[in-house]
Design a protein around this ligand. Structure first.
Ligand code: NDP
Length: 323
């Protein structure tokens, strides 16, 4: 079968299309014919060797995908051949077939296409945990969403609005801000507007924003502290700038700020938290209140270009690769 292989870490062009044997499902595993792979910023960092966990080469990237169950390993129950599922594995999705543990499969609501299903798990679970589980956002509260037209950003806007929160969206272009408005953002501000800190504070009533979903990091992290309201919560979800941020704890004391880290992979180990999020999200997606935003779609052979476009900030919604 065709698959993307990475033999040395580096920029997206280290990814090669190769012919490899199709994987065989072991006990408790299923083999899925991949319909669509959702590409996350984490995939780009993983290929570069800059992710939170060490990348071991050679490997096939791709952690989030949707497809049709093609065969079952020994002892698998509760899953049918022919069923559409989404899955969140560590890697291996950029291929015709991928094998994952059956316990990690995510049922797909009937109203979602394969691409929409592949655009769902990472962004929506992360947005939910940022807004609710860790962010403790409540109806009527303001939230600041950075990189608002991206995969996580669009999910965050939709979920925040569905929870009755008010959204201030930051993004790098007018087109991206227009998408944020279409999805329900109340206030949109260019990420490089020289007055952005004051504008964000004013939009939230002058005192700053009570909840910030921080995904840029680096020098911008200080700005998030400046944009936060007294007792504000800053949820650190990403570091798209790939720069180090300086955090002086004394500064948090002055205005009673809270900075909380969020990594979906480790939160998924908490079954109760995951089930609670899954239930809330199933209701919102099943009823059509939130719709995963499918972004540009690429063929498997164009995977390196897809990764580079994501890195170059050219994309909106979830980048999809169809093997
Ligand atoms: P996106 O689709 O949001 O794409 C990344 C976006 O980041 C770009 O479009 C760009 O938006 C913005 N950005 C800001 N600064 C930079 C920069 N210096 N270089 C490149 N992009 C920049 O990707 P994802 O939805 O996959 O991820 C968004 C962020 O959330 C990432 O930091 C990612 O690591 C994080 N994340 C973390 C998770 C976790 O479990 N902790 C789970 C999911 C995502 P703009 O042009 O508008 O600035």
């Amino acid at each position: 079968m065709k698959a993307i292989r990475v033999e040395r870490l580096g920029p997206p062009d280290v990814m090669e299309l190769q012919d490899v044997p199709a994987p065989t499902p072991g006990p408790g595993e299923v083999r899925i014919e991949v319909e669509a792979v959702g590409i996350n910023f984490a995939d780009v960092l993983s290929v570069a060797g800059e992710y939170l966990t060490r990348t071991r080469v050679p490997y096939t990237p791709g952690m989030e995908f949707a497809g049709i169950v093609e065969s079952l390993g020994e002892g698998v129950t509760g899953v049918q051949v022919g069923q559409r599922v989404a899955a969140l594995g560590g890697s291996g999705a950029l291929a015709r077939y991928s094998v994952v543990n059956a316990a990690g499969l995510i049922p797909v609501p009937e109203n979602l296409s394969g691409a929409q299903a592949a655009a769902f798990p990472v962004s929506y679970f992360t947005a939910y945990h940022g807004l609710k589980t860790l962010g403790r956002g409540v109806e009527g509260e303001w939230v600041l969403v950075q990189a608002a037209a991206g995969a996580l950003g669009t999910a965050s806007i939709q979920l925040a609005r569905a929870m009755g929160m008010h959204v201030i969206a930051l993004a790098s272009t007018d087109e991206k801000l227009a998408l944020a408005r279409d999805l329900g953002a109340d206030v949109t501000i260019l990420q490089d507007d020289p007055d952005r800190v004051q504008k964000v504070r004013d939009a939230a009533g002058g005192k700053g924003v009570p909840l910030i979903l921080e995904v840029v990091g680096g020098k911008r992290f200080q700005e998030s502290l400046d944009m936060a309201a007294p007792q504000g919560r800053i949820i650190v979800i990403g570091n798209a700038s790939r720069e180090q941020a300086n955090l002086r704890p004394v500064e948090l004391m002055k205005r009673n700020l809270t900075v909380t880290g969020l990594w979906l992979t480790s939160l998924m180990n908490d079954r109760a938290v995951t089930m609670q999020a899954a239930q809330a999200l199933a209701g919102l997606v099943g009823s059509g209140k939130v719709t995963p935003q499918v972004g540009p779609t690429y063929a498997l052979a164009d995977s390196a270009r897809a990764f580079q476009d994501l890195l170059d900030r050219k994309t909106t919604g979830k980048v999809i690769i169809e093997p």
